[in-house]
Ligand binder design. Structure first.
Ligand code: PYC
Length: 316
């Protein structure tokens, strides 16, 4: 049997997103969270086929486009990577907006996207920039001491920005592009230490992203990050949800006021502009906004030929 998946590839500050437009199995109706579970439990091989080698690569994120359950939204989207599923994805949502514009499905203006963790609003600007209002973000735990062999004790915060992050504000390796390998090794050690010490989010949520923060190079930026994603690769962009988690920590520390512009540089050099409002429903949470741009790179049909022994992708 041969499956043809129609996809559009975009990148946001160097971080790619592969968007499934047509050809995947029907995920049925219901909430996006329920459809994510259906995808995970019944059709996970399509995720692997799209993103794992030989068709994909470990740093790619996928976006599965579905009919929204909420009719005020222009689309529903489920984000995933080479090892599993994401609640939200900032660079991916910006990529999706660029893709919908490319396809002529949206024009400049405000739009709503439904994700498994809530509705996000996105404004497509006339110059192609996308301003995304993310789900509420908050710091869950502050200044946790974590034993990270062989580095010693490291302090970090746990925060939600649409995904769970452990943020290290002063890592032992400088957050500079030439240190990518050492940053990767340190962030992996932090991930292992989080598992070993059973540090989790509420209701046992896995903290599956590690964000290392340091001074920027870009003259207009306030900070630079290196974000290790669950699939074991790092985000080439400043990571949308990671930027939101960082804003939540700055707010909780009293270091950033609502409405103040924050420019987050990623390890690849791209910038996201961000700011926040207080969440009127909860004084501990913020409503973050991020601004960035994405570009369409390819429009293609993926061929999934079941005679190919690697049709469903290789295990990462
Ligand atoms: O931009 O939110 C993001 C993201 C999450 C994982 C990779 N990118």
């Amino acid at each position: 049997m041969i499956h043809r998946l129609r996809v559009l590839d975009t990148h946001t500050g160097g971080e790619p997103t592969r968007i499934l437009l047509e050809g995947g199995p029907d995920l049925g109706r219901g909430s996006l969270a329920a459809r994510l579970e259906r995808l995970r439990n019944q059709h996970d091989r399509f995720r692997r086929a799209m993103l794992c080698e030989p068709r994909g690569a470990a740093h790619w994120v996928g976006a599965w486009l579905v009919e929204p359950a909420d009719s005020s939204c222009i689309a529903g989207v489920i984000f995933f990577n080479n090892v599993g599923y994401l609640g939200m994805c900032g660079h991916g949502a910006i990529g999706l907006m660029a893709a919908l514009a490319w396809l002529g499905r949206i024009g400049p203006g405000r739009h709503r996207l439904e994700t498994p963790v809530g509705v996000v609003e996105a404004e497509l600007r006339a110059d192609g920039q996308v301003c995304l209002r993310n789900v509420p973000a908050y710091r869950y735990r502050a200044a946790l001491a974590l034993e990270v062999p062989p580095w010693g004790v490291v302090q970090g915060d746990v925060a939600w920005g649409g995904n769970w992050f452990f943020l290290v504000h002063d890592p032992p390796v400088a957050v500079r592009p030439e240190n990518r390998e050492a940053l990767w090794a340190f962030a992996q050690a932090v991930r292992r230490a989080l598992d070993a010490s059973d540090i989790r989010g509420p209701e046992g949520a896995l903290i599956d992203h590690v964000e290392l923060l340091g001074p920027p190079t870009h003259p207009e930026a306030h900070s630079r990050n290196f974000v290790l994603c669950p699939g074991g690769q790092y985000d080439r962009s400043p990571c949308g949800t990671g930027t939101c988690a960082h804003l939540a920590c700055l707010y909780a520390e009293g270091q950033l006021a609502p409405g103040t512009i924050w420019r987050q540089e990623g390890i690849g050099g791209a910038l996201f502009e961000a700011y926040f409002e207080r969440d009127p429903e909860d004084p501990n949470r913020i409503i973050p906004w991020i601004v960035g741009e994405a570009h369409v790179m390819a429009e293609a049909n993926l061929i999934l030929d079941e005679r190919d022994p690697l049709c469903w992708g290789m295990e990462p």
